[in-house]
Design a protein around this ligand. Structure first.
Ligand code: ES4
Ligand code: ZN
Length: 323
């Protein structure tokens, strides 16, 4: 059987703030004089029993308050990339949530500089290529997202795409139509979370109104056979996150996860870790979990890895090298 940890792959759905392990969170809290509600590694980890997306997001936003300056974002990203290399990752499209930092008084340039410095170093040091995708928080006003995008100035050239995340239900994609129009006009890649907790309508709206290139999660498409047929026909990539879905109770247990069924239906799926520090593992761990719970075959693993490269924002030259 193949070693799923050394199988070369790409990660397309990874929130860099979701890679903040308790040890680093506490170290940065002490350095920056930030008080966390949970004062030890054990106490922090005990909070990782989530009811749903919203209960996770509360802890996620609270814990990331320890990130204050560029060096913190660089340390966070560098630590992730070392783990990513050990999980067989050769390319990553990294998400970050600028509004969660700007709203605490951290300048967006500090966030981008920190993350980019580590991403650029990883190219030479770890052989990992990357792009950077700025996500907007859908539970904040679209006007705020638009204002942030418009205010980027020089920083716009340091990001490769935009995404849409945070609490999904009640915050449909169409609210962000103008933001996406501007981003596409600026030549940025466009993706959005849709069909994680909300239903097939959100997936359809992300495609029709935001004209996304990939759908993050998307697993609720299974409720709608006509939508599945369309996603197959249009070869729309779905960035599926098995551990995340189980931890956030979107799916009962890993043995019930539909990702292999989705593959058999002809959907263009990849396997991703979402917020690996919170959901029990990194991308190789997700692959291994699928083997243990669902009997993922070597052939299925190779298809998933190949899909991750093909659906990534790596250059065509890089994709060829990784196939
Ligand atoms: C997220 Cl799992 C998930 N869903 C939506 N938004 C997010 N931000 C970070 N993780
Ligand atoms: Zn996500």
């Amino acid at each position: 059987m193949k070693d799923l940890y050394t199988l070369p792959k790409a990660e397309l759905h990874l929130h860099i703030e979701g890679t903040l392990e308790p040890e680093l969170a506490l170290e940065l809290a002490a350095k920056n004089g930030v008080e966390l509600p949970h004062g030890s590694v054990e106490e922090l980890r005990r909070q990782y029993d989530f009811e749903d997306l919203s209960s996770f997001l509360d802890l996620y936003y609270a814990t990331m308050s320890v990130l204050r300056e560029a060096a913190d974002f660089e340390a966070l990203t560098a630590a992730y990339l070392r783990r990513a290399a050990a999980q067989g990752l050769r390319h990553v499209d990294v998400f970050f949530d600028p509004q969660a930092h700007v709203s605490r008084g951290v300048p967006v340039e500090a966030v981008i500089t920190g993350i980019r410095t580590a991403l650029d170093a990883a190219r030479a040091e770890l052989g990992i290529t990357s792009t950077l995708v700025m996500c907007f928080l859908r539970d904040r006003p679209a006007a705020e997202a638009l204002a942030l995008l418009e205010s980027l100035g020089d920083q716009l050239g340091r990001i490769d795409g935009i995404g849409l995340d945070s609490a999904e239900v009640g915050h449909p994609p169409a609210l962000f139509a103008e933001v996406y129009d501007r981003a596409r006009a600026a030549g940025l890649h466009v993706v959005a979370h849709a069909g994680e907790e909300a239903g097939p309508d959100y997936v359809r709206e992300a495609l029709d109104v935001l004209r996304v290139e990939r759908v993050d999660h998307g697993i609720q498409c299974l409720q709608d056979p006509a939508l599945v047929e369309r996603l197959v026909a249009e070869r729309v990539p779905l960035t599926v996150c098995p551990f995340s879905n189980v931890r956030l109770r979107v799916v009962g247990e890993l043995a019930d996860h539909p990702v292999l069924r989705m593959l058999e239906l002809g959907l263009f799926v990849s396997v991703n870790s979402d917020d690996p520090a919170y959901f029990g593992g990194y991308v190789g761990d997700n692959f291994q979990g699928l083997r243990d719970a669902l009997g993922l075959t070597d052939e299925q693993a190779e298809t998933l890895a190949r899909n991750s490269v093909d659906a990534s924002f790596a250059t065509e030259e890089r994709k060829r090298a990784l196939r």
